[in-house]
Design a protein around this ligand. Sequence first.
Ligand SMILES: Nc1ncnc2c1ncn2[C@@H]1O[C@H](COP(=O)(O)OP(=O)(O)O)[C@@H](O)[C@H]1O
Ligand SMILES: [Mg+2]
Length: 462
Amino acid sequence: MFYKTLSGRFLLLSILFVMMAEVLIFIPSVANFRIAFLQERLERAQLASLALLATPDDMVAPELNDELLKNAEVLNIVLRRDAVRELMLAKPIPGPIDANYDLRNMNIFTAIRDAVSSALAPEMQIIRVIGQPVKNAGNEIEIVLFADPVRSAMLDYAKNVFLLSLLISLVTGLSLFLALQILITRPISKVIDSMVRFQKAPEDAHNIITPKAGIKELCEAEVALHDLQTGLNASLRQKERLAQLGGAVSKVSHDLRNILTTTQILADRLETSDDPKVQKMSPKLLNSLSRAVNLCERTLAFGKADEPEPELRAVALKSIVDDVIESDQLQSPDSKVQIISTVGHDLEVQADPEQMFRVLGNLLRNARQAIEATGTLGVVTVTASANDGGVEICVRDTGPGLPPKAREFLFKPFQGNARQGGTGLGLAIAAELVRGHGGTLELVETSEAGTTFRIILPDARE
Ligand SMILES: Nc1ncnc2c1ncn2[C@@H]1O[C@H](COP(=O)(O)OP(=O)(O)O)[C@@H](O)[C@H]1O
Ligand SMILES: [Mg+2]
């Protein structure tokens, strides 16, 4: 289990790596230790042999000879001063010489090889060591000695170095482990905790993480998470608002339909009026009322945000456009904005007249409102033409152009609204309805000179 955690792996791996590095140092340092040990024996032997210089014939009494050899901890010493003169302290050797080591031409590889072979050699071996006397006191010095003390000193040293290495790796590993805990594991756990808390209640803004990690990469992750959570939180709230709105719309539609139906019955009677003005107005009034009832019914029938499928049929576009213009003028009879349509009699489109009425109604109303807001005169022109791909309808105005906010959230419900009293729904509804017809609604151009929207409806034959 411990090995599965990041810190656990780090601890074990760092111990392993430090041990590996130690091994690289360990073997050469043990070999070096052995060389130094032998070198020190040679120096002691050299000192002992110098006692012979004080005597006339390079000889000492047997007791002194033994004493000197004992102090130097060797069996035999030969110091070659020059080509002819040799100082020698000797006593009988208990057996043959098992190995020779020349310290004068050693390198790291031969030193390691000799160290390994002497560590593996059997006990009670006798070895000869040759070296260069210190301080140029001669050409060559040679000693014979038991190998056991050399080996046991070397093994002691190796054991100590090994234990020390182990200690160093443990301390290093633990330090790294703690550092990792503080620097990475704990901050990551905090991020995870925040994710879990957010997951439980994403609509609660308190659960959004506040980036505060000191480490750059972690802080970046926190910032990304913060952005993600903020976005999600916002869209959840938006969804909730929309759901509430949907409920409200259903209720309103329901009661509105009842009110409108009553009004419709009352309006029916207007047709029998003697007043010619009233007689002229009543079909239009009935038309508008039936449109409104229809809209309420459809909204209720679907009970969701999506618009219902259009009921497509071949209709004269001119009749829809004229209806829209007429009802727009009825709504704002005092408007100074001139509305012109150049749509011909014979242009037929494959469309749901109710939905097309709403699309064009929204575009026209927006254009008129935009011009009116400037307080100057202006013109809205509706043109249409049939071509290979289908029918193209343009609504052009001489208004002030789309404000930046409306341009940024073009066709997005509730967000593009830049007009006081507006909802930001008109263009979104229009675009959705046109899409339902398999067509597209697009912004052709917008500038201080005016704005043009274009509807493309696919050809009926396709
Ligand atoms: N023809 C236009 N000229 C200038 N601005 C427009 C035009 N049509 C739409 N707009 C801008 O786009 C915004 C969004 O329009 P719309 O989706 O119909 O929502 P609403 O009319 O309810 O605000 C409007 O608030 C208005 O600022
Ligand atoms: Mg509008």
